[in-house]
Structures are given as structure tokens and as C-alpha cells.
Design a protein around this ligand. Sequence first.
Ligand SMILES: NC(=O)c1ccc[n+]([C@@H]2O[C@H](COP(=O)([O-])OP(=O)(O)OC[C@H]3O[C@@H](n4cnc5c(N)ncnc54)[C@H](OP(=O)(O)O)[C@@H]3O)[C@@H](O)[C@H]2O)c1
Length: 268
Amino acid sequence: METELKVAIVTGASSGIGMETAFALVRRGYAVVLAARRADRLEQVAARCREISAEAKVEVAVTDVSDRAAVERLVSGAVEKFGRLDVMVNNAGSGMYGRVHELPEPELRAVFEVNFYGVLYGCQAAARVMIPQRSGHIFNVSSVIGKRGTPFHGAYCATKFAVCGLTDSLRVEMKPYGVRVTNVCPTLTATEFFDHSSMAPRGHSKYESPSKMMPASAVGKKIAASVGKSKPELVFSFGGKFLVVLSALWPRAADWIMQVYHNDLVKR
Ligand SMILES: NC(=O)c1ccc[n+]([C@@H]2O[C@H](COP(=O)([O-])OP(=O)(O)OC[C@H]3O[C@@H](n4cnc5c(N)ncnc54)[C@H](OP(=O)(O)O)[C@@H]3O)[C@@H](O)[C@H]2O)c1
């Protein structure tokens, strides 16, 4: 008997965590639809997927996730092409750096459009396919700083806290339909994130040492390995897990660590 093709969509697949997740899913035999805004980068990722597996079924869908209609087209296009949707990875995101009292509102709203509404649109469109299908797995990429706010990232943290809350609600709502939902909380990961998303101040060593960060492939492999498992949350690294537990149990100690970690910025 022929086994049914499993189908995944990954947003933010043109680089970093999304790209590595797509590679890991292709290695596991998934047909993958790659979504992001940069068509040329998506084509390069698609070509690498075909190098990983000559049989890989890979589609490119240029999509801005802050556009609800575009995300709905992305999902309906995948279902039209492959007949089903098994995995939705809502990963696209961008950063924002700045002190809370100085945050410019238009930029803040723009980051919410991508980091929160982009995830919401992806969840809604995927759920409409997965509920009648009675199966599927939605991964929402938040951050460990969606569990504990860090100084100078208040705007970004707010978008990621919003994703954590949305994901926890969705997980329980989807359970009766056999649809799994996982919140993904990476710690600092070596990607292009800090180059093009104004997430870090120039000249701050903490954000310019990719060798000290987690490789994006570790996050991608973990997401792909978690498909079909009832994991509410993936929190990466000992430091990440420690921070989450410490801020729940002893927030004042977590504040102190944040102050020390960002000492040179706090003093500027
Ligand atoms: N790197 C870290 O330390 C870290 C830690 C925790 C969480 N995260 C989260 O991980 C996710 C992936 O980030 P990354 O580290 O892999 O950074 P990245 O390499 O910069 O990837 C970001 C991806 O999002 C896409 N994207 C941005 N805006 C988009 C939009 N409006 N519509 C569609 N796609 C959009 C980008 O593609 P285009 O520019 O081609 O659209 C790119 O593919 C993000 O949600 C980020 O917040 C990252």
C-alpha cells in the first residue's frame, strides 16, 4: 500500500530557523511549501532541499505573513497542490530594539503585524484545514524572551508573549480534533536575525558572537523531530530553561541577571 505524502508549510523559510526546519522536514520525507517575502532566497532554499533529497517535493510561495489574504492563499495553495496539510510552522518574525519609553508606535505596530498577526493568520488558516482532517501539528515560533521580558527588547518580547498566550489557548482548543500545537522558544540562535531586524545595538558583543549562539539547525531538527508528539513547549538550552523557571519562582533574581547581562547597555 502506498503511504500518504505528509505535507508541511514553513513561514520564514528563506533563512535561519525556518530554512533549517524545512531541511529537517525534507530529510523526514515531507513535501514542504517554503514561504517568505524574498523569492530569490526561497528558490535557493528549494534547490538545497532538492540536493538533500532528489525526490523532495518542494514549492515556493512568496508570502508576506502580515497580509491575512496572502497567508490564506498560502495554505489553500498547499492543500490544492498536495491534498492535505500535516504541519504548519509559523516561524516568520522580525525584531525591534529600544527602551520601552522611547518606542515609536508605527514600528511597534509593524512588528506586531508580522510576529503576532502573521502567526494568528497561519494558525487560523491551518486550523480550518486540520479540524476537518482530524489531524495535524501547528508550531508557533515564539522565543525564550516570550517567557521572560528582557531590557531593550520590550516591543519584541510583547509580540512573543502574545504568541505564547495564543499558542497555549489554541493547544487546548485543538485537542478534541486531534490537532497538536507546540510553542517553540529558542534562545540566542545564530541566524541573520540580528543583521536585518534591528534587534541589537551595533557594537554589542552579546549579539555579535554567533559562535556562542545555538545553531539554527538544532532548532530545525528539534521541531521536525517533535511532529506528532504532544509537546506543549520546546524551550532550548539549559540557560533558557533556567531563566523560565527562575522568573516564575523568583522574578527579582531574574531581574538581577538581566541587569548584569545587559550592564553595559543599562549604563549608556
Ligand atoms: N535568532 C534568534 O536568536 C531567535 C531567538 C528566539 C526566537 N527567534 C525567532 O525565530 C524566528 C526565525 O528567526 P531567525 O532567527 O531564523 O531569523 P532570520 O534568519 O532573520 O529569519 C526570519 C525569517 O522571517 C521571514 N520574514 C520576516 N518578515 C516576514 C514577513 N512579513 N512575511 C514573511 N516572512 C517574513 C524572513 O524572510 P524574508 O525576509 O524573505 O521575508 C526570514 O525568512 C523568528 O520568529 C524569531 O523571532 C529567533
